[in-house]
Design a protein around this ligand. Structure first.
Ligand SMILES: C=C(O[C@@H]1CC(C(=O)O)=C[C@@H](OP(=O)(O)O)[C@H]1O)C(=O)O
Length: 359
């Protein structure tokens, strides 16, 4: 459906070419300091038209707080955030009113509902993710109170990959370049690849790595709402996502148990730690206090400006080329979306953790 979360719960609404999009955040505790600028800063990282590597659609993505925040603090009532659409170019989509772009959501929406808002992909457009990012900024205010920090970055575009793990990177450099890759030399090669791909009227995919630090032990709800299961659900619900792994992920299958187990020790401050972190900070579905890290795989954007074989809604074979303004690679703008979905999961789990232990 359009609602995500159990106690910290969001409902998003709106279409890419309608009057606007938005989100209602329910269950956020009262007394949390939230300013419009906190939300706007997150939206500015995601908005279209921010560099030559993204869609040229120009949206200010100016957030309007319509309820739930008074005198700079949450009131405990539903928080409603609204973002007006300003730069729709709906004529770009007249050619798909009766045709299906290959690998887009056009065909499946039509089959499911028997109708669809074909302008800009309607509800299936990645524009909807602006609403999640706005809500994620509120969730982050709650996380900040608990010392939790979420940092995602682009770790691969096509075959161009950051050659080292997150521990060897300075994550403060994530926003130092338009790709949002904290390894500057790799970022340049990624940007070159995105530009070459765009100039060939094609698209390219890649990976976002997410890192969460300062996580207390005890977040996650066995058995069905394990912390990694909720993170996976959150990430797989982002447009264009094809895969999710956390900790050692698929590569962990190549190790023996004796190599893979994370051995416990107590550090000089009396803190329980593990010598390795193949678990990715989660054991038994519950955070163990180590860093949480994961990777999210994004496919190449479906809409390409080249003719491809497809069908129309009569089932007739036709050739169709995408039109309009599109991202040659979603990775740079996916970073704040991955951040937001992680923030929402962790805020929800923080509230849920309060409910299942006395003292
Ligand atoms: C508008 C955004 O991205 C859009 C995502 C998108 C798609 O099909 O997902 C298609 C394009 O939309 P349009 O053709 O309507 O301009 C992108 O610009 C946004 O992220 O805010």
């Amino acid at each position: 459906m359009n609602t995500f979360g159990t106690l910290f719960r969001i409902t998003t609404f709106g279409e890419s070419h309608g009057p606007g999009i938005g989100v209602v955040v329910d269950g956020c505790p009262a007394g949390l300091a939230v300013s419009e600028s906190d939300i706007q800063a997150a939206l500015d990282r995601r908005r279209p038209g921010q560099s030559d590597l993204t869609t040229p659609r120009k949206e200010a993505d100016q957030v309007e707080i319509q309820s739930g925040i008074f005198q700079g603090q949450t009131t405990g009532t539903p928080i409603s955030l609204y973002i007006r659409n300003q730069d729709q170019a709906s004529h770009d989509y007249s050619h798909i009113e009766h045709a299906y772009r290959p690998s887009h959501a056009d065909y499946t929406y039509d089959q499911k509902y028997g109708r669809r808002d074909y302008r800009g992909g309607g509800r299936s457009s990645a524009r909807e993710t602006a609403a999640r990012v706005a809500a994620g900024a509120i969730a982050q205010q709650l996380l900040t109170q608990h010392g939790i920090r979420v940092q995602s970055y682009v770790s691969q575009v096509g075959a161009v990959a950051v050659p080292v793990g997150y521990e060897q990177l300075n994550l403060d450099l994530i926003d130092s370049n338009p790709v949002r890759c904290p390894h500057p030399e790799t970022a340049e090669r990624m940007a070159d690849l995105i530009r070459q791909t765009r100039d060939r009227h094609d698209t390219v995919g890649g990976l976002v790595t997410g890192v969460v630090t300062g996580v207390p032990t005890g977040l996650g709800e066995p058995v069905f709402d394990k912390l990694h299961a909720e993170l996976g659900r959150a990430m797989l619900g982002i447009n264009a996502v094809k895969g999710f792994e956390y900790g050692s992920g698929f590569a962990g299958t190549l190790l023996f148990g004796s190599e893979h187990n994370d051995q416990f020790y107590t550090d000089e401050n009396g803190q329980v730690r593990t010598r390795t972190n193949h678990s990715g900070g989660i054991q038994g579905g519950i955070s163990n206090g180590q860093d949480i890290y994961f990777r999210v795989a994004f496919k190449p954007v479906a809409t390409i400006l080249q003719p491809q074989a497809t069908i129309n809604d009569q089932g007739e074979e036709i050739m169709l080329a995408g039109r309009g303004r599109h991202d040659p690679c979603v990775l740079p703008r996916a970073v704040p979306i991955v951040d937001a979905m992680a923030q929402l999961v962790l805020a929800d789990m923080l509230l849920r953790a309060r409910a299942n232990r006395v003292g």
